[in-house]
Design a protein. Structure first.
Length: 151
């Protein structure tokens, strides 16, 4: 079990609680919009905004937090996260905000307390980068997008 430490931003509505898993099998913990001063944000089609959560966090070294869209918002309203999955590094201590994009056809209102995204905690593997004179051959080779066929 990994522990993520949270700190509330000044003026945040702490009654919304920390991120939480909505079911016993949920991989992602829900994040809520923390808009006590505004109450709501309306996003026009094609619009995007940074939605505050009112939180800061400390992620242990060797882990990251990924921010992902909520599937229900994506399907029903076209609400997604343009940098999905967004990565929060273990050494970041600033405010946790979620970049939200309205890819739908109607204006969408985000109200104070709405669940806007989910966060996943994941281990990070660090690589060593080396320059070589040639790469090994594979069956696929340099075939790009769609090169492996349909299905």
């Amino acid at each position: 079990m990994v522990t993520i430490q949270f700190l509330w931003d000044e003026g945040a509505d702490q009654s919304l609680g920390l991120p939480f898993y909505a079911s016993g099998g949920a991989a992602g913990a829900d994040l809520r919009a923390n808009l006590p001063d505004r109450g709501e944000i309306t996003l026009e089609p094609g619009g995007r905004t940074l939605v505050p959560t009112g939180l800061r966090m400390a992620i242990p070294d060797g882990y990251e937090v990924q921010i992902r869209p909520r599937s229900g918002l994506a399907l029903k309203h076209g609400i997604t996260l343009p940098n999905s999955p967004g990565t929060i590094d273990s050494d970041y201590r600033g405010p946790l905000g979620v970049i939200v994009l309205n890819a739908g056809t109607e204006p969408f209102t985000i109200a104070h307390g709405d669940r806007i995204a989910q966060m996943l905690v994941a281990p990070v593997l660090r690589a060593t980068f080396v320059e070589v004179a040639a790469l090994d051959d594979t069956t696929r080779g340099s075939g790009g997008f769609g090169s492996t066929g349909k299905g």
